[in-house]
Design a protein around this ligand. Structure first.
Ligand code: PHE
Length: 370
């Protein structure tokens, strides 16, 4: 076989190789250690100089054309493989997602959004404070000095004593320290709500070591108890979406408010779907078949707290209130076990959670499913 026919046959077979494996076996057949082209190259050594001069360039040219043909075919096969892969992996981004797992907005988040919406309409801004709080903001500045018996009622989580200069650090037991922080930071006038997590060492069906509160604070000239009552009434009517919400203010005690008022809301007992009686907010609690339930603590900000927060209590007054957010959610959306709020059970979340599209607005109704 002449070198020329060998060459044209090799190029033909290389061009016809159907895949990478076939191409590799051709490479071995021609250029491998035992390959036919390699064998030809070995004959050069035994040739006479004249013959080598004649045959050498032909044999080298053969090897080069086989090498080039192999590389060319490899590139073509690789390109075809990539084409095929791309064709099989096309993804139409305009198609709807099939069975994507869907999350939901937790009732606590939903209620906090509802609160922000309702209070924003009354001119309140949202303020926040740290959950790891110092003793001074959580207690002392709220008129609870070291020895105050009210401290014992808070079942406080204390942190290891690391920063004695600012007092011992605690997990805040209520959102009230945000009152102090807001007054110190912005002076008067103030109209804020402060929603967030709070912590107490307590656990049963209605208490969890972490729960949520929203604080309200108004500081201005000439604020009185009437402003507090109107604000709470307006808030609760909007929140529960009932005009017949009736409040009862009862004298109470908090070290940081004077006077302090506990606020009860009237409810009726109606037959639930399961035949059991359930409490439905609305109407006076004094009517037959009705009752009062305790809902929140509030009062006029104690002048000592205003003073310790750097303001002049003869210049400005204010009211404050604190209410459990989880409790509000349970009353509005009908859950009866607080612990389930924090279990992260997807079945519960699916049942009680909200669509991210259910943004509470006053015009559309702040109760997404009411
Ligand atoms: N901080 C009080 C509590 O956690 C609630 C409260 C807030 C009472 C503001 C009066 C004024 O029980």
């Amino acid at each position: 076989m002449t070198i020329e026919t060998m060459g044209s046959e090799a190029l033909e077979r290389i061009a016809a190789a159907g895949d990478a494996a076939a191409l590799e076996s051709l490479r071995v057949e021609f250029l491998g250690k035992q390959g036919s082209v390699s064998a030809l190259l070995k004959t050069l050594g035994k040739m006479t100089p004249e013959k080598r001069q004649a045959e050498g360039p032909k044999i080298h040219a053969l090897r080069e054309s086989v090498q080039n043909a192999l590389a060319e075919r490899k590139a073509a096969l690789d390109a075809a493989a990539l084409e095929a892969q791309l064709a099989s992996e096309t993804l139409d981004l305009t198609l709807p997602a099939p069975e994507t797992p869907q999350g939901s907005v937790h009732p606590v988040s939903q209620v906090m959004d509802e609160l922000a919406e309702i209070f924003a309409d009354m001119g309140f801004a949202v303020a926040t404070g740290p959950e790891i709080e110092d003793d001074w903001h959580n207690f002392t500045a709220l008129n609870m000095p070291e020895s105050h018996p009210a401290r014992a009622m808070h079942d406080t989580f204390y942190l290891p004593d690391e920063a004695p200069e600012s007092g011992r650090m605690v997990l805040r037991t209520h959102t009230s320290p945000v009152q102090v922080r807001s007054m110190k930071a912005q002076g008067a006038p103030i109209r804020i709500i402060a929603p967030g997590r709070v912590y107490r060492s307590d656990s049963d069906a209605t208490h969890t070591p972490m729960f949520h509160q929203v604080e309200g604070l108004v500081i201005d000239k000439g604020i009185h108890l009437g402003h507090l009552k109107w604000t709470l009434e307006t808030f609760l009517k909007a929140f529960f979406e009932r005009e017949d919400i009736v409040l009862r203010l009862r004298p109470s005690y908090f070290p940081f408010t004077e006077p302090s008022v506990e606020v009860d809301v009237g409810f009726a007992i109606e037959d639930g779907p399961d035949g059991k009686g359930r409490r439905v907010l609305g109407g006076s609690g004094d009517e037959p078949g009705h009752g009062w339930m305790e809902l929140l603590g509030s009062g006029m900000v104690n002048r000592r707290v205003i003073e310790m927060s750097g303001l002049d209590p003869d210049e400005c007054q204010g009211f404050a209130f604190g209410v459990g957010v989880d409790r509000l959610a349970m009353l509005k959306y009908g859950m009866d076990d607080l612990r389930a709020f924090f279990d992260g059970d997807v079945r519960w979340l699916k049942h009680y959670g909200f669509s991210a599209f259910d943004q509470p607005t006053l015009s559309a109704g702040v109760g997404a499913r009411a």
